[in-house]
Design a protein around this ligand. Sequence first.
Ligand code: URA
Length: 233
Amino acid sequence: MLIRLQKFLAEAQVASRRRSEEIIKQGRVSVNGAVVDILGAKIDDEKDIVCVDGKPVEKYEKLLYIMLNKPEGCVTTASDQFNRKTVMYYVKDISQRIYPVGRLDYDTSGLIILTNDGDLTYKLTHPKHNIEKTYLAVVDKMPSAENMERFRKGVIIDGKKTAPAYIEKAGENRLEIKIHEGRNRQVRKMCAAIGSSVQKLKRIAIGDIKLGNINKGEYRYLNDDEIKYLKSL
Ligand code: URA
């Protein structure tokens, strides 16, 4: 990724942004062997070798934890083979490489976590951890009490029964649903199995981490308690 030299130095914890500017102006910084003493130069933080006083600067990978309110109309991958918009579009001002944890469908909105903490990603996406995810679904018609009960016990989708799940009415044609498996289009398929078609789907929580009122397409950093909670799962 192309990044301003002083930003790179600050992120690598060489010095503050302002102090890094001074170090550059003093002619103490080289990029691929050539001194760069003017501000505004950009470097490729994956390829270029930056030295301060002749010593190479290692890129410092600070662990970042972000929650995004994913809008509909984008895929939850770092890059898409069909060139569709991805969730990365909404976090493009973050210069460190981060990745989405788990997936939401192209047409689902809501809470998605992005991080560069590989251990946490592994943990949160591993089926054995069974983390509960909460969704709000708008359906074409409300299921009967009997069908809601069937849903709670688990329904057959793609030839296999789902684990027991939570479903409650949450307003007109609205359902709150909690599942802890991560099968393909699971909520949509489970609703279809009880005769209701999902028109809109939004994830509002992952375990105790709640989306709250972040606007669609916006993100915020997780706070220390949220990070601690996710690591404790
Ligand atoms: N279930 C779905 O059907 N879609 C999602 O995006 C997530 C859960």
